[in-house]
Write a protein that binds this ligand. Structure first.
Ligand SMILES: NC(=O)c1ccc[n+]([C@@H]2O[C@H](COP(=O)([O-])OP(=O)(O)OC[C@H]3O[C@@H](n4cnc5c(N)ncnc54)[C@H](O)[C@@H]3O)[C@@H](O)[C@H]2O)c1
Length: 359
């Protein structure tokens, strides 16, 4: 199994990647002296497909509780957190608990938030089961829940004790969810200019997942590097938000009928248009860069979008400063600008153009 070290100032930890490595979680808990009082939060669909593997693996632990979670953006909320807090108290779990998250990004973000806040912090293990959570959300320590109309408004920075990525879980992941992970992979292409992301994304879209482990390791290594340099998103880490300011608002306007990864692809498209309107790229570059998100054109479809409502949602983005929306934009793949401001008229034009390609 491959190992990647993460050296954040708050906590160094390791990420393990491989196929059929899930049962190693036991050795790792022992080796890292984590508490053996396990509170295991498992995605409902993952539990349906992998029940035996999960139950048998944890069989030897005397103190364990399986909390089955239905992963939807609507459930990524304070009410769920409260339910889990109540259960932890009712079952007499204290600070000497290890919370294990087995699921995609929704579950991982919520479980991490619980782990960071219960008893001022428990031990915490991330076991991502979607491509999106394997290439992105399980690493970096951003925890979060949605609040009101704002995605991930409430949250903390809290690094896990280790991350275990078993690609076996991808065998049961629905195709449209695999596609969501590719949204973040497209983002890595624009951030790095590395053609490996583009070519592997193309292969995965054509059902060739031979390079998936390499893709995960490369994505995670890149993200790790960024996070090590700027754990709390003061500067460099902001690049990881490419496509997300537009994307989060589109997700909410569509009432979460499109998924996060799909919204990121549309968000990247709008960001490319805004880069063009702000003259960071010319028309020829725009057409060339649009080719990547357009690979998803027939795979994502949205209802008529309300541009004014999307703009209003963007005005509430937690990354705004002094009431101004801040964008991550592209000069060329590998050459990124952060904290770019734009006139409303250009933002609206970018939304109209970007969204029109997916309606
Ligand atoms: N913390 C971060 O840095 C960060 C980064 C990117 C995204 N995110 C968050 O991640 C979330 C999206 O995560 P996601 O795309 O993983 O979605 P998700 O967690 O909703 O999972 C997608 C769907 O796949 C199912 N599923 C998960 N694993 C499966 C498996 N192995 N087999 C069968 N079904 C499976 C789930 O039940 C769910 O229906 C968003 O809320 C986003 O805000 C966080």
């Amino acid at each position: 199994m491959k190992k990647i070290k993460v050296n954040t100032s708050s906590k160094p930890y390791e990420i393990f990647i491989g196929r059929n490595i899930f049962t190693n979680v036991i050795d790792l808990i022992n080796k890292k002296n984590l508490y053996e009082n396990l509170f295991i939060i498992v995605d409902k669909n993952v539990f349906i497909h992998h029940k035996n593997l999960i139950e048998n693996t944890f069989d030897n632990f005397k103190r364990k509780y399986f909390y089955i979670f239905t992963s939807t953006e609507k459930n990524k909320n304070l009410e769920e957190v409260k339910n889990i807090f109540n259960l932890l108290i009712k079952k007499s779990y204290g600070r000497d608990t290890t919370i294990v998250a087995i699921g995609g990004g929704i579950l991982g973000d919520l479980a991490a938030f619980v782990a960071s806040s219960f008893g001022r912090g428990t031990k915490f293990i991330q076991i991502p089961t979607t491509l999106l959570s394997m290439v992105d959300s399980s690493v970096g320590g951003k925890t979060g829940i949605n609040f009101g109309d704002t995605k991930n408004l409430i949250g903390t920075f809290f690094q896990p004790d280790f991350v275990l990525i078993d690609t076996l879980f991808l065998s049961t992941l629905p195709n449209d969810e695999l596609l969501c992970g590719l949204g973040e992979v497209a983002k890595y292409y624009f951030l790095t200019g590395d053609n490996f992301y583009k070519s592997t994304l193309n292969k995965v879209l054509n059902n060739n997942i031979n390079d998936i482990e390499k893709l995960i390791a490369k994505s995670i290594s890149f993200k790790t590097n960024v996070v090590e340099n700027d754990e709390r998103e003061i500067g460099l880490r902001k690049i990881l938000n490419l496509g997300h300011t537009f994307g989060h608002a589109i997700e909410i306007d569509q009432n979460h009928k499109i998924k996060h990864g799909q919204a990121v692809i549309i968000g990247i498209t709008c960001s490319l248009y805004l880069s063009f309107y702000l003259e960071l790229i010319n028309h020829k570059d725009l057409n060339s860069l649009l080719k990547l998100p357009l690979l998803f054109q027939n795979l994502i479809s949205i209802n008529n979008a309300n541009i004014e409502s999307i703009y209003k949602i963007m005005l509430r983005d937690k990354k705004n400063r002094n009431g101004k929306i801040k964008f991550v934009l592209v000069k060329e793949p590998g050459h990124i600008f952060i904290d770019v401001e734009a006139e409303k008229i250009l933002i609206v034009k970018s939304l109209e153009k970007g969204l029109s390609l997916f309606i």
